[in-house]
Design a protein. Structure first.
Length: 368
């Protein structure tokens, strides 16, 4: 109530991107972070979940795009997230697309963005994540463990804008290698609509090449002894693919087969959509905004439909991280019921405020 009545109107007087920077700077202040952890975080043993061989303190994560460089992991932990996905990270730093590039659609509780993978490059992200890990208490007390369970960190990797598609695989390999010692799992992002021609990499030939080569690198970098399972076999880092919500079911079938052929661990469903059908926002405003990917409440039906489809078609061979349109505890339950093993939020933080994670976690712990 406080957020929607007092804080949200003030933030909405700023541009969307300026509001993002302001809130993240404020959250990094120690007193604010302390207050957020006391008020917003929620821990319960029933929320702990093992997926892809990783032990998540809870199944609610921060979607890629919010923290592109690994600057706000501690702050996201304070909000109660069980995991964060850093990125999308590219080998070289890049500024992204021209501003303005992030737009609110209040009537739809949605965003349109055309950020364009703006980030400081993979080496900065890797260093920031390692610094966060190093800052943690080596042997936390039971009380400390109860307050802040171990945060799972994923790395979302993409290609630089200047890299042609025929050489894209090299960018994904660089991102994978540089982040390998920093993150717990990887997501290959070929589905953003904001890098020219990137979605063409979802087609069969380039996708097979990228996933095959990254998985080969994954196997070669796993170390017997340190990274082995109970049978002594090499244990690779979990590898997932993030797909667009605009794919047909026939395209999804092909992608699922490619993922299974390359022994991927899972799918992240879904990225932003380029469809603007059925929105309450006037067409004139949409035309003025221009191209970009839509996130937020309008995606919940399509993302849930795709998750349900993947769950049935993959026969349990792929873990599913569900993302797209979760704004309420009921949305989260619906996505989990559809087959998601884990879920992610982003846009709902802007419209619902910092308590959204706690509210979702309370719902999950009371019904599962």
């Amino acid at each position: 109530m406080i957020y929607k009545t007092f804080i949200k109107p003030l933030l909405f007087n700023l541009s969307a991107e300026n509001a993002h920077h302001f809130t993240t700077v404020m959250m990094r202040q120690a007193p604010v972070r302390w207050a957020l952890e006391k008020l917003c975080s929620y821990h319960h043993p029933s929320l702990e979940k093992e997926v892809m061989g990783l032990k998540f303190p809870n199944p609610v994560g921060l979607a890629a795009g919010f923290d592109k460089n690994g600057f706000y992991i501690r702050e996201m932990q304070a909000l109660g997230f069980g995991f964060v996905e850093i990125g999308t990270v590219t080998p070289l730093p890049q500024p992204g697309n021209d501003k303005p590039r992030l737009f609110r659609l209040p009537k739809d509780e949605a965003l349109i963005n055309r950020m364009g993978f703006n980030n400081y490059g993979v080496e900065v992200a890797a260093a920031r994540i390692k610094a966060f890990r190093k800052s943690l208490t080596p042997n936390p007390s039971p009380k400390e463990r109860g307050i802040a369970p171990r945060m799972i960190i994923g790395g979302n990797i993409g290609k630089n804008k200047i890299t042609p598609n025929e050489k894209a695989v090299s960018d994904y390999l660089i991102g994978f290698e540089k982040l390998y010692d920093a993150v717990d799992y990887f997501v290959v992002n070929v589905s953003s609509p904001n890098t020219p021609n990137l979605r063409e990499l979802q087609e069969e030939k380039p996708l097979r090449e990228i996933l095959s080569e990254v998985q080969k690198k994954n196997l070669s970098m796993s170390v017997v002894g340190e990274n082995t399972n109970n049978s002594g076999e090499k244990r690779t880092k979990p590898l997932l693919l993030k797909i667009a919500p605009d794919l047909s079911f026939e395209q999804i079938d092909l992608i699922l087969q490619i993922c299974i052929d390359n022994k991927l661990d899972g799918i992240v469903a879904t990225n932003t959509t380029i469809s603007l059908d059925g929105l309450k926002t006037p067409v004139e405003k949409l035309n003025a905004i221009g191209a970009g990917g839509l996130s937020g409440k309008p995606l919940i039906n399509r993302s849930t439909e795709i998750i349900n489809y993947i769950k049935k078609r993959s026969n349990g061979q792929l873990a599913i991280i569900g993302v797209g349109g979760i704004h309420t505890p009921d949305d989260a339950s619906r996505m989990l019921d559809a087959g998601a093993d884990l879920i992610q939020l982003y846009t709902s933080l802007i419209y619902e405020g910092p308590f959204v994670v706690k509210n979702v976690l309370k719902k999950i712990s009371s019904t599962r």
